[in-house]
Design a protein around this ligand. Structure first.
Ligand SMILES: [Zn+2]
Length: 253
């Protein structure tokens, strides 16, 4: 299985528009973070988790010419706003499969009414095949995907386990029985916004505590704000099996 980090930034991305914060002005490519998303490839299958406003740019950068589907974590804009850009895939491949909580599918239908409105379909609008994700495992081809339920302040969010890989973003609280689903996994990706506490996201300490509970072989941190600091400096402070993810990072499991 190959994982490509398409984006590792928080909702505004890094740099933030107009910001003169030193991290936003950094010339290190690891300090340039598009909105959070990840590409998962195994056998001949290609899936993305989330489809934010940088989706088009991310697909071009990763030279991705086909996708088998999109899994959504939740309905916030930084995770869904790029959905219209599935069109090139739709034109080549036909209907695109999307997977999300029923609430998220309803939200997408409001936001992208012209896609979901079956009454009048403008030519060129993509057709999506929707799959409701409940908190129970489901199959994608030959692989079992296990949803991980967590809370983003008061909003429910799904993380996903694909075999030896788990991806959790926008988490603030995860109950112990959900953590059981990913204990001792090989590779864990989890969000941490910055060092300071935040209402709806793990800060760095909370993420590190979470990683300790899960006890993965290796962990990567994503959904990172410029306020976290320079990639190179923050990396030096982390335990030896924990890494800050950066855009374009690829890992093979
Ligand atoms: Zn987010």
């Amino acid at each position: 299985m190959k994982i490509t980090f398409l984006g590792t930034g928080t909702s505004q991305g890094v740099p933030v528009i107009g910001s003169t914060h030193p991290v936003c002005l950094s010339t290190d490519f690891k300090d340039k973070r598009l909105r959070v998303s990840v590409l998962i490839e195994w056998d001949s299958y290609v899936y993305v988790i989330d489809c934010g406003p940088d989706f088009r740019q991310q697909m071009l950068r990763a030279s991705c010419s086909k996708i088998d589907g999109i899994l959504f974590t939740h309905e916030h804009s930084d995770h869904v706003a790029g959905l219209d850009d599935v069109r090139p895939f739709y034109f080549r491949q036909g209907d695109i499969d999307i997977y999300a909580h029923e609430r998220v599918l309803k939200s997408l239908a409001v936001r992208f009414d012209y896609i979901f409105n079956t009454g009048y379909k403008y030519p060129g609008v993509p057709t999506l095949t929707t799959h409701v994700v409940e908190n129970t495992p489901f199959k994608l081809h030959n692989l079992e995907v296990v949803p991980i339920h967590g809370m983003h302040h008061k909003l429910q969010v799904f993380g996903y386990r694909f075999g030896d890989f788990a991806y959790l973003t926008d988490m603030k609280t995860v109950e112990d029985h959900e953590i059981e689903k990913i204990k001792n996994i090989k590779v864990l990706v989890v969000n941490a916004l910055r060092e300071e506490p935040h209402l709806s996201h793990f800060n760095l300490k909370e993420a590190l505590d979470f990683i300790e509970k899960v006890n993965p072989e290796t962990a990567y941190i994503t959904h990172i704000s410029h306020l976290m600091g320079f990639h190179e400096q923050v990396q030096k402070k982390l335990p030896k099996h924990v890494f800050l993810a950066y855009d374009t990072l690829e890992i093979t499991i």
